[in-house]
Design a protein around this ligand. Structure first.
Ligand SMILES: NC(=O)c1ccc[n+]([C@@H]2O[C@H](COP(=O)([O-])OP(=O)(O)OC[C@H]3O[C@@H](n4cnc5c(N)ncnc54)[C@H](OP(=O)(O)O)[C@@H]3O)[C@@H](O)[C@H]2O)c1
Length: 417
């Protein structure tokens, strides 16, 4: 009989303990967690003291350990651990989206250089098996677009503010009480978490390497009752939606913005802490996956699936990267947005190309129309500082092709919600 896989685990918090329970209850797959590295020396632990260590090298340099599982909440230290392990020829599983998104190219190179496998299904949308779906099912079909709800905390807040009329502050408090939101929710509510996941998925869906600092993320912190009233009047819901869209054979655009979605959109019915991903294949059309995007057990289940895959030698092949080596990330697009503003100067800053709807009355002013994504990027701080609200509306992205010195040629590309 083959010997059980020996695991060295980093972190025994929400996901680490979730993995422990899921592994213990697994009927088909057996592995032993031989050592667990944690940080706080005074914390009470639910397992015998002898299994814990505070010295990372006790795990990293242990030749008996086959697989490193990294589940800590510190992205910088996670990268130290993961890059050291890969350099030493160890296979690694991680759930850390920030670390993976920030070091995607380095981690890709380290895997090839050392002929080892790094799996990170749990980093993107918790229990939804999206990375392996892209890697295996869509390995030879071009993906046209990927979008979804990648963050359970914001989706919970948006569901409660829109459907149950809770205030933003009360909805956030409830999310924190239920354990969906951290005490510092910045990463979630400002759209950073969703952006990290979009960047990871963009590599597997399209083969493009994007850097977090290049990709726009605007979250839900400036949402106002008037924006919710607008949604209710039009029978929309508001969701925080990362969009990754192939524009042509050479370019992919990625951004994270709130979006008004109607009942025809798969995401309309993804409520509370649930996540959903829509993959639009060139020939297969839309596929929709919905599931739990966070939580110890769902995320632990995704980690276990990766550990099990390692036991039969599984590696990401990054086929899209090999098929489209020249594909580049771009922000050179126009998008259709709803923009709530205070003063005319706010409107001037965004310099709309075309306005299709406008309202101005008392303390509430908005326009709907096309604007260059670059103009939103350049004014992101201004938008947030002045409590203005931007949300995608409608289903179109228009690409600008720079033609000669100053002429712009617009190509209309339909984008399904
Ligand atoms: N929670 C979720 O639902 C979820 C979903 C998807 C992905 N993730 C990702 O999974 C990872 C873990 O999240 P979590 O929610 O489980 O975090 P958590 O509950 O805060 O637990 C973090 C664990 O990491 C340990 N730790 C921190 N720094 C360490 C260090 N330098 N060396 C060794 N151990 C260290 C902590 O040790 P102490 O016990 O000593 O404090 C703790 O056990 C994060 O990258 C997160 O983004 C989480």
């Amino acid at each position: 009989m083959a010997k059980n896989l020996k695991i060295g685990l980093f972190g025994f918090g929400c996901v680490g303990q979730g993995l422990y329970h899921v592994l213990k209850n697994s009927k088909g797959f057996k592995a032993d967690i031989v050592k667990i590295a944690v940080k706080n020396k005074t914390k009470q632990r639910p397992l015998d003291k002898s299994v814990f260590t505070f010295d990372k090298y006790e795990i990293l340099d242990n030749p008996e350990i086959d697989v490193i599982v990294e589940l800590i909440d510190d992205a910088a230290e996670a990268f130290n651990i993961v890059s050291y392990a890969l350099s030493k020829g160890k296979h690694v599983v991680t759930a850390n989206k920030k670390m993976v998104a920030q070091h995607l190219q380095e981690l890709f190179d380290l895997q090839h250089k050392n002929n080892v496998s790094l799996l990170y299904e749990a980093s993107s949308c918790g229990s939804i098996p999206i990375i392996r779906t892209l890697e295996e099912y869509f390995d030879n079909e071009q993906v046209e677009k990927l979008s979804g709800i990648f963050n359970g905390t914001t989706n919970y807040i948006l569901t409660k503010t829109i459907s149950e009329k809770l205030s933003y502050a009360d909805a956030l408090k409830q999310a924190q009480e239920k354990g969906f939101a951290e005490s510092d929710p910045t990463n979630d509510v400002e759209g950073f978490d969703a952006k990290y996941k979009a960047i990871i998925l963009a590599l597997h869906a399209f083969g493009v390497f994007a850097k977090p600092e290049e990709v726009l993320n605007i979250g839900i912190t400036t949402l106002h009752t008037n924006d919710i009233t607008y949604a209710n009047e039009k029978n929309y819901k508001i969701k925080l939606v990362p969009t990754v869209k192939k524009l042509n054979d050479n370019q992919v655009s990625i951004f994270v913005l709130p979006k008004y979605v109607n009942a025809d959109n798969h995401l309309y019915s993804v409520d509370n802490e649930f996540n959903g991903v829509i993959v639009d294949g060139e020939f297969s059309g839309e596929q929709f996956l919905k599931g739990k995007g966070a939580g110890g057990h769902p995320t632990g289940a995704a980690v276990l699936s990766d550990i099990s895959a390692l036991s039969y030698g599984y590696k990401y092949e990054y086929k899209k990267q090999h098929q489209n080596p020249d594909l580049e990330f771009t922000n050179d697009v126009f998008i259709k947005i709803y923009f709530r503003y205070n003063r005319l100067i706010d409107l001037e800053k965004l310099n709309f190309e075309e306005i299709t709807e406008r309202y101005s009355g008392g303390n509430y002013n908005y326009v709907v129309g096309y604007v260059a994504l670059e103009n939103i990027i350049n004014n992101k701080d201004y938008i947030l500082k002045n409590n203005l609200f931007v949300a995608l509306v409608g289903e179109e992205i228009q690409q600008t092709l720079k033609n000669g010195k100053s002429e712009n040629k617009k190509v209309s590309l339909s984008i399904n919600a």
